[in-house]
Design a protein around this ligand. Structure first.
Ligand code: SF4
Ligand code: SF4
Ligand code: FES
Length: 392
């Protein structure tokens, strides 16, 4: 704390100790030479000061003695302009023919999310950087990307929560590149068409439909899905094996199937479809999809595992088989429904092109990395706890 200058000094209050440290030392010495604080205050009052001013001056002098040269340095440092913090954004730039990470250095701005920084880059250094977004509120599911190797929404990832001074931003690996951070998610729309829509039973005689609250609660969380496809991106079944896209719908569509399968008013049985065509059995319950879901849907525990149990009951439980024999099937089989609706036929590789990457002659798919598009081995795992969380 700076001392209060004597009334007649004419100096401003701040900077007194800094401007004339010798004066402070002289008076401070008087205190240390046996003069009590009370005596010093009395002396100052005798010089015409009020008690408050005198006490403040004596305490200020003592503070100067304790603070000494350090106080002067602190005061000097506060006058220097603060250094601007920089952040390096490693952004993947390219198209289907290839690409690489490009470094951009720009100042940090407090409170920004990654999408803000991408917008600043577009406005300043990379005018042609392609990025997809709509709501900037975590609700449209457009801005999915891999930030420091982890599938995230760019608009919901705060810069200050990312460790270090370098942030890596790459497009979703599971889907083909269109350009820069924008991927082609056609695969998901093709898969969506494989699942027959809700078909309700006849209403009650009074014309209404009734459901138990417990049935409403069971499927409520699945309706929060924003179709960001981050769960699809992280699922190793299609992330690491391109050819599986012909046989596997992915976690987003298991959630969709669960909504319908658990709906008490629905009249279609999708269990055969899940087993035979949507590849439910490929999922080995690693829970990576649950970890990245921005809506915190318990994809594995509440959708996939109950579906697997229902499929197992349907296919292998002798008691359930006997029950169906006695009571007859009460639901239409999804595979029969699909035959009536050719638009829902199982996808072919033509349907999925360009959703699928190039295939080699043996029919095995070449990964996008080996096809020359994103090789993110140097940047994808750059970030501590945001490190290698990809891959189911
Ligand atoms: S639990 Fe693992 S394997 Fe199953 S859908 Fe989720 S990410 Fe894929
Ligand atoms: S289930 Fe979650 S991660 Fe998957 S598409 Fe829906 S919101 Fe995104
Ligand atoms: S911009 Fe809509 S979820 Fe990010």
């Amino acid at each position: 704390m700076a001392g209060v200058p004597p009334k007649d000094s004419g100096k401003p209050e701040t900077g007194n100790v800094t401007d004339d440290p010798a004066a402070g030392d002289e008076e401070g010495m008087a205190l240390s030479e046996g003069v009590t604080e009370k005596e010093a205050v009395g002396e100052a009052e005798g010089e015409g000061m009020t008690e408050k001013e005198a006490t403040a001056q004596v305490k200020g002098v003592a503070g100067a003695e304790v603070g000494g040269v350090g106080s002067s340095e602190d005061a000097g440092a506060s006058e220097e302009p603060p250094e601007t913090e920089q952040v390096t954004m490693k952004v993947w730039r390219g198209d289907p023919s290839g690409g690489a990470f490009v470094d951009y250095v720009l100042p940090r701005v407090e409170g920004e999310v990654v999408l803000d920084v991408v917008h600043r880059l577009q406005a300043t250094q990379a005018h042609d950087l392609a990025a997809r977004w709509n709501c900037k509120a975590g609700k449209c599911g457009s801005c999915s990307a891999e930030i420091n190797g982890k599938p995230c929404l760019m608009c919901m990832t705060r810069m200050e929560e990312l460790p270090g001074d370098t942030v890596t931003v790459a497009p979703m690996k599971t889907f083909p590149i269109i350009r820069d951070l924008v991927t082609d998610v056609t695969f998901n729309f093709v898969m969506a068409r494989q699942i027959p829509a809700f078909r309700p039973k006849e209403p009650e005689p009074d014309g209404t439909y009734r459901m138990q609250q417990i049935d409403v609660n069971r499927i409520q969380e699945f309706h929060k899905c924003i179709e960001c496809f981050l769960c699809q991106d992280v699922c190793h079944v299609i992330r690491d094996h391109e050819v599986n896209k012909l046989y596997y719908a992915g976690p987003r569509f298991f959630v969709r199937a669960a909504v319908l399968e658990m709906h008490p008013l629905d009249t279609i049985d999708r269990r055969d479809l899940l087993k035979e065509h949507l590849g439910l059995g490929f999922c080995n319950i690693t829970k990576c999809c649950t970890e990245v879901c921005p809506e915190h849907i318990h994809i594995t525990d509440n959708a996939i595992i109950p579906l697997k149990e229902r499929v197992a009951d349907s296919a292998y439980d002798p008691v359930a088989w006997l029950g169906r024999k006695i009571r007859g099937r009460r639901k239409a089989r999804a595979l029969e429904v699909l035959e009536l609706a050719p638009a829902h036929a199982a996808p072919t590789s033509d349907d999925l092109r360009p959703a699928m990457a190039t295939q080699d002659e043996s029919g095995e798919s070449a990964s996008r990395d080996s096809a020359g598009a994103p090789d993110r081995s140097d940047g994808g795992n750059a970030g501590g706890e945001h490190g290698n969380n990809t891959g189911g």
